[in-house]
Design a protein around this ligand. Structure first.
Ligand SMILES: [Zn+2]
Ligand SMILES: [Zn+2]
Length: 412
């Protein structure tokens, strides 16, 4: 399947233009054999520097595309850290285009440097374990802190399904969970629009929904024992990533459930043993949010006046990370609207929540795919279940339904 991205950008009824740097997304078996023709179609000419790591260079079935310069980074210990990423600039040999062959980390090496050099980059993903490939944000460690910063998106993505289909199943399942989580993130966005008038776009939400619908059907056919539909699963990742690029942020694709994955990465006190790859943590987050959101929707709400998070609470829960969390919550999104709006729109909220699968349904899907679905599966003590959403919601100043509990009293 070849996606001409031009159809998604351009003037929209939401009032924005949704520019896309990505011109074309190719998701096909044997796609790399026709790589040069896709480059030509996108007008990507000139000197090519191609980036691999020692794993992706030696992958079975890898077709090494024509290169003016090849760089093969040592895979062991490779991670997205600014100093490491900038360290390869002298080796790049002044390319006109950077091509990167690999997953998230190698993507960051290309998108960061391409952005700073003002040149395009091309992504050849070797996995479909998350939806970051077509996004234009980059998670980089800067001075010890992980930060999401705006970066270039690939001008062209060529996903060769011969290679993607060879990835370990647990990475495929992680990719399924990352997309199924849109059940929660889309609900969070719609509720924020409803109660706080937050900007919302039907076209972008529609794309995230399209990715979600595709992945739901792939997940159920996997559960039925069918052959995995790698084409549809990979395309769902790409479409979700494009939704982030169109907004310039991850609003459609990342809600309260994604904050559980951030929690795992940050490892505040009592979460030191947390582990798991992105999609696995997001999947567990989705189970937890689904349970809580349905419980909330069943209750009778009463509005409570906004109060900022207490500094003592933040220090207790986040320990050495507290200063960053305090800063993040300075302009609390909860303070920007009347909590009574939530109560007044409760029927609308219930309607939105009614489309989210129950926690049991979510868990059954992940369990059926041998994926992670409990806190203990990602190294979090089940005894922390009652607090996990309060703590994770404080990580990011984004209006989620989970965060709204701070201005609500809920009666069973
Ligand atoms: Zn729009
Ligand atoms: Zn994700």
């Amino acid at each position: 399947m070849i996606l001409d991205c031009a159809k998604y950008s351009g003037p929209c009824s939401c009032g924005r233009e949704h520019p896309l740097e990505t011109k074309m997304v190719v998701v096909e078996y044997d796609a790399l054999k026709n790589f040069d023709s896709y480059m030509d179609a996108c007008g990507l000419t000139g000197r090519r520097t191609v980036l691999y790591d020692t794993n992706t260079y030696n992958l079975p079935g890898m077709v090494h595309v024509r290169a003016d310069k090849e760089i093969v980074l040592e895979a062991k210990g490779l991670h997205s850290e600014k100093s490491l990423i900038e360290g390869i600039i002298p080796e790049l040999d002044e390319p006109d285009v950077i091509i990167t062959v690999g997953s998230g980390t190698l993507m960051d090496f290309a998108r960061y440097n391409a952005f700073h050099m003002g040149i395009p980059f091309v992504a050849i993903p070797t996995l479909a374990s998350s939806d970051g490939f077509t996004a234009n944000v980059c998670s980089v460690v800067i001075d010890g802190h992980k930060r999401s910063i705006p970066m270039s998106a690939p001008a062209l993505v060529v996903a060769d399904l011969n290679i993607i289909a060879g990835a370990p199943m647990l990475l495929t399942v992680s990719g399924v969970a990352d997309i199924l989580s849109k059940h929660i993130s889309l609900a969070d966005w719609k509720i924020a629009h409803l109660v706080a008038g937050e900007y919302y776009c039907e076209r972008v939400a529609g794309m995230a929904q399209q990715a979600l619908d595709m992945m739901v059907s792939c997940a159920y056919s996997l559960l039925d024992g069918d052959e995995p539909d790698f084409e549809a699963m990979t395309m769902a990742q790409m479409i979700s990533g494009l939704s982030m690029q169109m907004l310039g942020n991850s609003r459609a694709a990342s809600g309260a459930e994604h904050l559980i994955a951030h929690l795992v990465e940050m490892k505040p006190p009592r979460f030191e043993g947390a582990h798991g790859i992105h999609g696995e943590c997001v999947g567990v987050g989705s189970v937890i949010c689904a349970g809580e959101y349905h419980r909330m929707a069943r209750s009778k709400p009463r509005a409570r006046p906004f109060e900022p998070l207490a500094e003592s609470w933040i220090r207790e829960k986040f320990g050495p990370l507290a200063d960053g969390i305090i800063k993040e919550n300075q302009d609390d999104v909860l303070a920007a609207f009347d909590p009574q709006n939530i109560v007044d729109n409760w029927d609308g909220i219930r309607e939105i929540i009614s489309y989210i699968p129950t926690a049991e349904e979510f868990a059954a899907v992940f369990k059926g795919l041998d994926g992670k679905y409990r806190l203990s599966d990602i190294g979090i003590d089940e005894a922390l279940a009652g607090e996990v959403l309060d703590i994770s919601a404080a990580i990011r100043n984004r209006l989620t339904f989970a965060r709204m509990r701070r201005v609500l009293d809920l009666e069973e």
